[in-house]
Design a protein around this ligand. Structure first.
Ligand SMILES: O=C(O)CCC(=O)C(=O)O
Length: 284
């Protein structure tokens, strides 16, 4: 394993993230890491989805966007070194320009062959945590290309004062809010991102993003890690397992066994298995 000494991102990359709300970083994982972590996540997804043989067409609209398996680090120890990978976590801290970051949750988002698009949305409105100091590392194990569930980001959309809940599950609102038509971002073209394997694409929790359908024959294997700045507080009383499961009241900092520090953390030190499970699917 490579020793982590230097900060992984340059000042220019941090500035571009602040401007655009997303950042492509190629070569952040080497081939050995990509293969090892990809296999661990594959195994965890297979375990979580065992017995579900439904074809895509028989799934709910949300499930047709991706197979979502959250908090894999909590019950799959082999996934833990990726969720708490020091290079990624330190990069997240650099992008948020904060000394310390915690993990809100990880998740596999495996878009099946024939899977539908991921509706355009922002992440923060799903979460009862503020201020808006969160960043997601989106890790496509096989790289990302058009036709295979590539993502697009609306550059600068995290800076326009937009904060809208878009029900990408289609469970509460069958027709989710058409955020791309919102006057605050209308006219800004989304940027489609294609990256080679080993890349990580970071996005801010207020950046509007979307993914195209997977029209290829292969599964789109993506793993995400959502980090937040240490010190963010629970901001709303509505039920959410991540904060309720740790007894965190409105106004209190989100600190506990379900949201451990990812950076700084001694090399090779991984958090223990939490005593209470966090959410495993959906946004709660
Ligand atoms: O991978 C996708 O299709 C969507 C990803 C996403 O919405 C996210 O990482 O916040």
């Amino acid at each position: 394993m490579q020793a982590e000494t230097a900060a992984p991102l340059t000042a220019d990359q941090v500035q571009r993230f602040a401007r655009d709300g997303y950042l492509v970083v190629e070569g952040l994982l080497d081939d050995e890491e990509r293969a090892r972590h990809g296999a661990a996540v594959d195994d965890a997804v297979a375990y979580r989805t065992a017995g579900d043989d439904r074809p895509v067409a028989d799934k709910t609209v949300y499930e047709q966007s991706f197979i979502q398996c959250m908090n894999l680090w909590t019950d799959h120890e082999a996934v833990r070194p990726l969720t708490f990978h020091p290079r990624l976590a330190r990069g997240a801290a650099q992008l948020l320009e904060k000394p310390a970051v915690r993990v809100w949750h990880d998740q596999a988002l495996y878009k099946e062959a024939g899977g539908r698009e991921t509706d355009p949305h922002q992440d923060l409105p799903f979460w009862p945590i503020r201020p808006a100091d969160q960043v997601t590392a989106w890790i496509p194990f096989d790289g990302s290309r058009r036709g295979h569930g590539a993502m697009a980001y609306v550059p600068g959309s995290h800076r326009v004062g937009l904060q809208k809940f878009v029900d990408i599950t289609h469970l509460l609102h069958p027709e989710p809010y058409p955020v791309m038509d919102d006057p605050k971002i209308a006219g800004i073209e989304p940027v489609w991102v294609e990256v080679p394997p080993g890349s990580v694409v970071f996005h801010h929790s207020l950046t509007v993003h979307l993914a195209e359908p997977n029209t290829s024959e292969a599964m789109r294997r993506v793993f995400c890690i959502i980090y937040f700045a240490d010190g963010c507080v629970r901001a709303a009383p509505w039920p959410h397992i991540t904060v309720d499961g740790q007894g965190i009241e409105v106004g209190q900092p989100v600190r506990g066994e379900l949201t451990p520090l990812a950076w700084p953390r001694p090399a090779g030190d991984l958090p223990p298995t939490p005593t209470r499970p966090g959410p495993k699917t959906g946004f709660r």
